[in-house]
Design a protein around this ligand. Sequence first.
Ligand SMILES: [Zn+2]
Length: 79
Amino acid sequence: MSWEGINCRAVLTLRVAGWLWLNLELAKKPARCLEYIVVHELAHLLTRHHDDRFNALMDRRFPNWRLRRQALNAAPPRR
Ligand SMILES: [Zn+2]
């Protein structure tokens, strides 16, 4: 399962409790990818799915998000 599949389920916690939960496995990813992850999860406050609206929000708030996502998905986990 991708990090999105694992972590994006936590958005409900963000909506209800007001805190952002991140999967600990993400700590193994490069630090430069964490900004993308946080913006990604915050975008889910406005739209639940990875749809056109989500992409438009990301394009507006974090223009190079696709490059960061690519780097995140390509990065081997740190040991
Ligand atoms: Zn997501």
